[in-house]
Design a protein around this ligand. Structure first.
Ligand SMILES: NC(=O)c1ccc[n+]([C@@H]2O[C@H](COP(=O)([O-])OP(=O)(O)OC[C@H]3O[C@@H](n4cnc5c(N)ncnc54)[C@H](O)[C@@H]3O)[C@@H](O)[C@H]2O)c1
Length: 328
């Protein structure tokens, strides 16, 4: 599985891992024995199952990074101490017929518990939550950090990079472009119609008639569900998610290590719309977000999608916030 990730991203994977080791950036993955675990390798790995074997496997990768597995809640504090970046893919994935919101009942408490441990044991760390529903788990992480008096809005990210990767792939396929050179920002949230690809801002510039624009937008929004259907009960996207997670975390680790000019889209606390959280392109720096680059110039079609997404975003955000408020 790792080779599937290492081939397209091999050079940058090795570079990023080595760089982070030299600069002492410590990364933890919580939920590290699941299908998305292969995203990074210079890390402390925590899960409620299987981390010794995952750590043994990953520790053979040719980098200076050390890899250590931690198993069960009593080992979580040691896993987190001194971490600069924490990645959270812990939780259950979808089965056919489920929405991301259907995962809320199980994953909300997992994210609540894990982010509470982060707020206690590595309050300065940058948090990247992959666990779905992202539109609710980021408000959960925020409320938990607030509860512990450790909140910094620049340090809590919902990982939506797979939407950008899919938008680049599908748009490039349609126009015969090299997908590696296409860049389509995706804003909004990470579920169905809240996923808003800004094809009008694609670089290189592409012109699509409205029927193709509508079709490719739908394809991007429903791509996760297509994978869930294809896997027929065996979970959701893991390999493409591992690639997307690696891209996001390496961007972040590069920024943490002082590299300038790094931009990624992510679902964060935001004042761009009526929704308190919204994904937009972000300029990253050592301490997380340096600058929110905002929505920029968009088409009427994209404006309409934003208006239609806001009520769903607000409901998902409220659900996450209330979950934490109702926790003892
Ligand atoms: N943000 C995205 O774009 C995106 C894409 C794909 C999947 N996901 C989400 O990522 C999550 C994980 O997906 P997966 O395919 O890796 O699932 P998986 O079932 O393969 O792995 C999940 C892992 O989490 C672990 N886990 C469960 N409870 C835990 C706890 N309390 N503490 C620590 N670890 C715990 C499990 O033991 C398992 O190893 C799901 O919620 C899925 O919906 C998000």
């Amino acid at each position: 599985m790792l080779s599937a990730l290492a081939r397209p991203a091999g050079a940058s994977l090795r570079r990023s891992v080595s760089t982070s080791a030299q600069n002492n950036a410590k990364v933890a993955v919580l939920g590290a024995s699941g299908g998305i675990r292969q995203i990074v390798s210079c890390l402390t790995l925590y899960d409620i199952a299987h981390t010794p074997r995952v750590a043994a496997d990953l520790s053979h990768i040719e980098t200076r990074a050390t890899v250590k597995g931690y198993l069960g809640p009593e080992q979580l504090p040691d896993c987190l101490k001194g971490c600069d970046v924490v990645v959270i893919p812990a939780g259950v994935p979808r089965k056919p017929g489920m929405t991301r919101d259907d995962l809320f009942n199980t994953n909300a408490s997992i994210v609540d518990t894990l982010t509470a441990a982060c707020a206690q044991h590595c309050p300065e760390a940058v948090i990247c939550a992959i666990s779905n529903p992202v539109n609710s788990t980021i408000p959960i992480a925020t409320e938990v950090f607030k509860k512990h008096g450790a909140y910094d809005s620049n340090k809590i990210f919902g990982v939506t990079t797979l939407d950008i990767v899919r938008a680049n792939t599908f748009t490039a396929e349609l126009k015969g472009l090299d997908p590696a050179r296409a860049n389509v920002p995706v804003i909004g949230g990470h579920a169905g119609k809240t996923i808003i690809p800004l094809i009008s801002q694609c670089t290189p510039k592409v012109d699509l008639p409205q029927d193709q624009l509508t079709a490719v937008t739908g394809q991007i929004q429903e791509a996760g569900t297509e994978v869930v259907k294809a896997k027929a009960g065996a979970g959701s996207a893991t390999l493409s998610m591992a690639y997307a997670g690696a891209r996001f975390v390496f961007s972040l680790v590069d920024a943490v290590n002082g590299k300038e000019g790094i931009v990624e889209c992510s679902f964060v606390k935001s004042q761009d719309t009526d929704s308190d959280y919204f994904s937009t392109p972000l300029l990253l720096e050592k301490k997380g977000i340096e600058k929110n680059l905002g929505i920029g110039k968009i088409s009427p079609f994209e404006e309409k999608m934003i208006a239609e997404a806001i009520p769903e975003l607000k409901a998902s955000i409220k659900k996450g916030e209330e979950f934490v408020k109702n926790m003892k």
